[in-house]
Design a protein around this ligand. Structure first.
Ligand code: C5P
Length: 295
């Protein structure tokens, strides 16, 4: 018997970053939007815990106990006093190390899949607690849709979304380390104001106003990501020249996100980005998308 769970990628339409806290994390006002690019996590009983991965970039995915999917299985098993003996297989479609929460998605997916396989029937609150222990973005991967994340991003408040938004994601050649991007943010931002969600942006999401969303999107990590990965400026410029309404680095990058007027425009922007030679791949996806679901 095996269980498969599908989990979406995310884009941060607003990532407001405050000063570093005593624990090293940063307080955030993080407006998450789940987008329709998915990993699928399948768990099957096995003699011992092991992880395999297939799909684009899968050679860069760690298959040891540092993989968030493996840690999710271990944390759930420890809570219920059972052995985490499962084979976790990840079918990857979310760009790896790209700032789209692919690793977090696999953690949330493995958690839901193991819960179903083992019949542990953890409550939603317990699952969210384990997600928060796994990483700041993991609770959002579980719930999907749209949400405002505060604290280090793990405290979620669901947000209403009044329509579909059409995106293009340009996959960069190479990755960026999230801690390194935050360190660069600290270097570039000696005094960071308290992070606050933008009322205009929340309003645009609620009413499905694509122009309003384009005008209010902002990522405070973008200067740091561009400082460490300067060629991303060319990618952003290529997408804007092709008609994207807004262009920004996704999370800590190096994936870049482009908001398009409609589905046709998204395909045009994707074609132009590929032709520009400023990215390795361009993916079209819609939002919002559902969180982790059994398939
Ligand atoms: O929570 P997660 O493991 O995804 O965080 C990865 C790294 O990103 C942290 O070790 C920290 O360096 C940085 N981070 C941060 N503030 C946050 C979230 C992440 O500084 N709110």
């Amino acid at each position: 018997m095996s269980v498969t769970v599908r989990v979406p990628a995310k884009v941060n339409v607003q990532l407001a970053v405050g000063a570093a806290r005593a624990d090293g994390f940063h307080d955030l006002a993080n407006v998450f939007l789940a987008v329709g690019l998915y990993d699928e996590v399948t768990v099957t009983p096995a003699d011992e815990l092991r992880v395999t991965c297939e799909g684009p970039g899968s050679d860069q995915v760690p298959l040891d106990r540092t993989n968030l999917a493996a840690r999710a299985a271990e944390l759930l098993a420890a809570r219920y006093g059972i052995a985490p003996d499962v084979h976790i297989h990840i079918a990857k479609d979310i760009p790896v190390a790209g700032g789209m929460a692919g690793g977090s998605a696999d953690g949330a997916g493995a958690l839901v899949a193991c819960d179903a396989l083992w019949g542990t029937q953890a409550s939603c609150g317990e699952l969210l607690d384990i997600c928060a222990e796994l990483g700041s973005d993991v609770p959002f991967s579980l719930v999907g849709g749209a949400a405002l994340g505060t604290g280090r991003g793990e405290k979620l408040e669901p947000l209403e979304v009044g329509g579909a938004f059409h995106w293009v994601f340009a996959v960069a050649d190479g990755g960026l380390s999230t801690p390194a991007v935050y360190r660069e943010f600290d270097r570039l931002t000696p005094v960071a104001p308290d992070p606050e969600a933008s009322p205009a942006l929340l309003d645009a999401l609620r009413t499905g106003d694509v122009a309003g969303l384009a005008a209010s999107m902002v990522n405070d990590l973008q200067p740091a990501a561009l400082s460490l990965f300067p060629s991303l400026k060319d990618t952003l410029a290529a997408g804007t020249a092709a008609g994207a309404l807004a262009a920004l680095v996704s999370g800590s990058g190096p994936t870049t996100a482009f908001l398009a007027r409609d589905a046709d425009s998204a395909r045009e922007v994707a074609d132009a980005l590929l032709a520009s030679g400023t990215c390795r791949a361009a993916r079209v996806a819609d939002s919002p998308a559902q969180g982790a679901v059994l398939v």
